[in-house]
Design a protein around this ligand. Structure first.
Ligand SMILES: [Mg+2]
Length: 328
């Protein structure tokens, strides 16, 4: 099996009879978070793997940064359904040699994220990994839906306007600097910020859920082309976006000469943890140009059918999902 999508589909087939339709399940597999009805309230639950070598690189990333990011990226899935982050559990497998200073720094970074995101660790499990195995710190996060209704991936309809928060591709720019070992240069420090310290758009997600303004929403974790593809396939719709309208990272001239492409980063770069959402055309004027300092940009619209197109230099071309896929 060669794609994450195919693997998820095969897992879903094995559990066909469970999940959907079970009592208390408001939304099951296939969204950013599952939504459960517990008593009078709705809760969002999501889990994320964080594996050394795949999600962070110990030679290049400080343990504090890896710990911060592990929690921030998990919480982004709560933001993507409009939930308020509350609690998390951590499932940690760590080789004995890393249980000292490394783990202290990793958990200090995660604790900083927990304070910033107002999350409380309520339990988990720890186990010793084999000597040379990578560290893995898998998190389960829980958030509460406060008023309004959770926003799922599947509600977009043709004619809806597509919005994206923040700068598309900003995190990819930081990753490319790290990969090319340019990240220690002081003048690029600011360009690394989104890669090292993503800020899940919690307040924006809550506001959209409470005002029932978004018909569909997803966080951009795998890259705009892939996340837009996932939002569109969940709603059985297509989309048309305009490359010129995307807010792209500002790349210094000397990096442009090194083949850093703001357009490629904006379309396919992963790890941004911004919110991509659709709004009925008649309500789109209610979306402000900035929300708590974060720019919100109209990037296109939802169309009938299933094709996703991007307008580039006056021409429309098909946009394939070429973002992050761990199995490719
Ligand atoms: Mg997500």
């Amino acid at each position: 099996v060669r794609s994450e999508r195919a693997i998820i589909a095969s897992i879903a087939r094995a559990f066909r009879a469970t999940g959907r339709g079970a009592p208390g399940v408001f939304a099951g597999m296939g969204d950013d978070a599952a939504i459960l009805r517990l008593g009078q309230s709705l809760w969002a639950v999501s889990t994320d793997a964080c594996v050394e070598g795949a999600h962070f690189l110990s030679g290049l990333h400080a343990p504090e940064d890896s710990g911060y990011k592990a929690l921030a990226r998990s919480v982004s899935d709560l933001a993507a359904v409009g939930a308020t982050p509350r609690y998390f559990l951590m499932n940690l497998a760590v080789p004995p040699a890393r249980t000292g200073a490394w783990l202290r720094r990793f958990t200090a970074g995660m604790a900083r994220a927990a304070r910033f995101l107002d999350m409380h660790l309520i339990g988990g499990d720890t186990t010793a990994a084999p000597q040379h195995a990578p560290v893995s710190a898998n998190l389960c996060v829980l958030g509460e839906i406060q008023g309004g209704r959770p926003v799922l991936r599947c509600g977009a309809r043709p004619g809806d306007i597509l919005f994206l928060s923040g700068v598309a591709g900003a995190a990819q720019l930081g990753l490319e600097l790290v990969r090319r070992n340019l990240h220690r240069r002081a003048r690029y420090r600011n360009l690394l910020r989104r890669h090292l310290h993503p800020e899940p758009r919690i307040a924006l997600g809550q506001w959209l859920a409470q005002h029932k303004l978004a018909t569909a929403m997803i966080d951009t974790s795998d890259g705009l082309s892939t996340d837009l593809f996932n939002l569109c396939s969940a709603g059985r719709v297509g989309a048309e976006i305009d490359l010129a309208r995307l807010t792209k990272p500002r790349v210094p001239a000397e990096l442009l000469r090194k083949k850093f492409s703001p357009e490629e980063m904006a379309l396919h770069g992963g790890d941004d943890y911004e919110l991509l959402f659709a709004v009925r055309a008649e309500y789109s004027a209610r979306i402000p140009a900035r929300f708590k300092g974060v720019p919100l940009t109209t990037i296109g619209r939802i169309t009938a059918g299933s094709v996703i197109r991007v307008r580039e230099g006056g021409k429309l071309r098909t946009l394939l999902p070429r973002g992050w896929d761990p199995f490719r």
